[in-house]
Write a protein that binds this ligand. Structure first.
Ligand code: NI
Length: 256
């Protein structure tokens, strides 16, 4: 079994006591590659440290998360550009728009998102999009800036069928499915069924959004297996098929 966790923040302090064990648990459960999306300049060094400690397992990304967009956003974007020159990265992210937590910096969030879309185009790296109560805003920006080079993931997707179809109309994008698909009463399985396995990548978003039966606990990459099992059930295929297709999707997208 070979699964890829396309989105995990294992560099955060929630893993300070057992980071090595967390990586080992992932490997023991078939999760052999893990992509680390940055949050802002305060986490960049932690992302790189982890990627350097576990080469060929942990892959670093760089970006400014929408909930970290504040007055200093221009300095933060300069930092992202500077790091891209200096280090090898596998994606731009995470970025996007979040209107759930705070709308104060909406104008700035939009500017930052546009900037990072252009960075993704310039570097030919995948863009990791965080969309929280913001599909309309995000779609109107991508409608404007999309081209043949832009590619990426709508991470932790929880949208409806129309929103999924809209994402797939942008040819370069995959849909990232995480623990929410396993939750009781989740409407996501119905949507996932329509999307098709060829458009999916898997993610945990650790330490957040742990899947059933670990719901409410700290999430970790090993739990990707619960998500993969749920996806297999939704499509009525075996686990190996889910692993093969979603791993291939992630490898192609990230250029491994
Ligand atoms: Ni995240």
């Amino acid at each position: 079994m070979f699964l890829i966790d396309t989105h995990a923040h294992l560099f955060l302090e929630q893993f300070d006591d057992d980071r090595d064990q967390t990586v080992q648990n992932a490997i023991d459960n078939g999760v052999k590659k893990i992509f680390l999306p940055d949050i802002d300049s305060s986490t960049t060094a932690l992302v790189l440290e982890m990627a350097k400690k576990y080469p060929d397992i942990c892959f670093p990304m760089i970006g400014l998360h929408p909930t970290s967009v504040k007055e200093n956003f221009k300095d933060e974007l300069k930092h992202v550009e500077y790091m891209l020159e200096k280090e090898k990265y596998y994606g731009i992210g995470e970025t996007g728009i979040d209107l759930y937590w705070d709308k104060t910096f909406l104008k700035e969030q939009i500017e930052v998102f546009r900037f990072q879309i252009n960075l993704a185009k310039k570097t030919a790296l995948p863009l990791i999009i965080h969309a929280r109560e913001s599909f309309d805003e995000i779609f109107s920006i991508i409608d404007e800036l999309n081209d043949d080079t832009l590619k990426g993931i709508f991470h932790s997707f929880t949208g409806n069928k129309a929103q999924a179809r809209k994402i797939l109309s942008y040819k370069g994008f995959k849909i990232g499915i995480g623990g929410i698909v396993t939750f009781k009463n989740s409407k996501l399985p119905e949507v996932v069924k329509e999307i098709g396995l060829e458009h999916l990548v898997l993610e945990t978003d650790s330490p957040y959004l742990a899947p059933t039966p670990k719901r409410g606990k700290r999430n970790e990459s090993a739990y990707l297996l619960f998500i993969a099992e749920k996806i297999a059930e939704i499509y009525n295929v075996d686990l190996q098929t889910v692993a093969n297709i979603t791993t291939k999707n992630a490898e192609v997208l990230f250029g491994l």
